[in-house]
Design a protein around this ligand. Structure first.
Ligand SMILES: [Fe+2]
Length: 218
């Protein structure tokens, strides 16, 4: 209790002084090559250390520009940072969710065990196979870059499949599963055959993590 209070104090003080905590890459619970053959180690390494890192760096830079603009009361400069915050902030949020969303096949990846998520999927889609078919059809329909989502509609309590463009995060639903449909997520391995990427990624989806999000959202 006291240890927590002591640890929290510097954060409160930092916030009062306007010092922002910088965003950083989340740690992965598996190695880059552990999702093979669904996703190659080369893709995972580049995706995490280059693409996600760039979103983090650019988000930190955009937030620094916003802080400067706020300190100066420069509304025009504030507005000019918002697109970069949306794009890079979305990139950071989406990829953080994506990494946690994946698990090696020998650590439960691809397995939907019995529980509230399985029950909700069967209630709203009939079966996991039907969910995959509908989800992959929506992924295939994304024009350009974007994300496919299995989300929870908080109002109806039902699951829904939806997509967002570019790096827009899912705000209309609670995200349970997000699949990166950017070319950087598959091209080195699958080339133009993105349908195979969408098919194979289900073998490394961490349904246990998705179920935790579902339970926490209720
Ligand atoms: Fe990505």
């Amino acid at each position: 209790m006291f240890a927590i209070a002591r640890a929290a104090a510097p954060i409160k003080n930092a916030t009062r002084m306007g010092v922002r905590a910088k965003h950083t890459l989340p740690s992965l619970s598996y190695g880059f090559g552990d999702l093979e053959p669904a996703i190659s180690g080369q893709i995972m390494e580049l995706h995490y250390t280059k693409h996600h890192q760039t979103y983090v760096n650019n988000l930190n830079a955009a937030e620094a520009s916003l802080s400067e603009a706020l300190a100066k009361g420069d509304a025009k400069a504030e507005i000019s940072t918002l697109k970069a915050i949306n794009f890079n902030g979305g990139g950071h949020v989406n990829h953080t969710l994506f990494w946690a969303n994946l698990a090696p096949a020998n650590q439960g990846g691809g397995e939907l065990g019995s529980g509230p998520l399985k029950e909700a999927i069967e209630r709203d889609f009939g079966s996991l196979e039907e969910l995959k078919t509908k989800f992959n059809a929506q992924l295939a329909g994304i024009q350009g870059s974007g994300w496919g989502w299995l989300g929870l509609d908080k109002n109806s309590g039902k699951l829904a499949i939806t997509t967002t463009a570019n790096q827009d995060p899912l705000l209309s639903h609670i995200p349970l599963i997000g699949i990166d449909a950017w070319e950087h997520a598959f091209y080195l391995q699958y080339l133009n055959d993105k349908a195979s990427y969408f098919k194979n990624i289900w073998n490394v989806i961490n349904f246990e993590e998705a179920q935790k999000r579902l339970v926490a959202a209720k």
